[in-house]
Design a protein around this ligand. Structure first.
Ligand SMILES: [Zn+2]
Length: 166
């Protein structure tokens, strides 16, 4: 129980900043040194210079009040878990041929049009916001359309919750 047993180390009063889905339990909790973490919670404290990436159990204990925090922490992980499920299904989601360019595919989700199209070097990706008309992407070249499609997914729905979102 590394830092939990360190005298003088702040054990309470941490701020929960965000959760990031690492995809697999690859990170060791920086508070207890025991928990293997897939969902890394970033915690900050005014009297400690460094942020810690910790597991959900420690994250909940480090903030106050404990029970409210557990709910917040679990809700944020659930949000990312649902996102990971949507991401797994993303390339089998009814992509259809697009008139944008020969060989292009498109899908429209949440009033955003996602387009992938072949170029001589590979595949490019572009997202068109149907509400604002804003276009982003297009600059990067991918090996195949699945990679391009997943990159667009990550632009629009990152594997990390917003700072201090509830
Ligand atoms: Zn821990």
């Amino acid at each position: 129980m590394r830092r939990w047993n360190t005298p003088g180390f702040p054990h309470k009063g941490w701020t929960h900043c965000y959760v990031e889905d690492l995809g697999a339990p690859t990170h060791c909790c920086e508070m207890c040194g025991i928990e293997r973490v897939r969902f890394a919670h970033r915690m900050e404290h005014h009297s400690f210079p460094q942020a810690l990436l910790v597991g959900r159990t420690c994250a909940a204990k480090m903030t106050d009040p404990y029970y409210t925090t557990v709910e917040v922490v679990v809700a944020r992980e659930d949000q990312l878990r649902r996102r990971a499920g949507r991401r797994r299904a993303w390339t089998s989601r009814g992509w259809e041929p697009s008139i944008f360019k020969p060989g292009a595919k498109r899908v429209v989700v949440d009033k955003k049009e996602f387009v992938v199209f072949p170029v001589p070097e590979g595949v490019r990706a572009q997202v068109i916001d149907q509400v604002t008309g804003e276009v982003f992407g297009g600059g990067k070249v991918f090996e195949n359309w699945q990679q391009a499609a997943l990159a667009m997914f990550d632009w629009c729905w990152p594997a990390r919750t917003k700072e201090n979102s509830r």
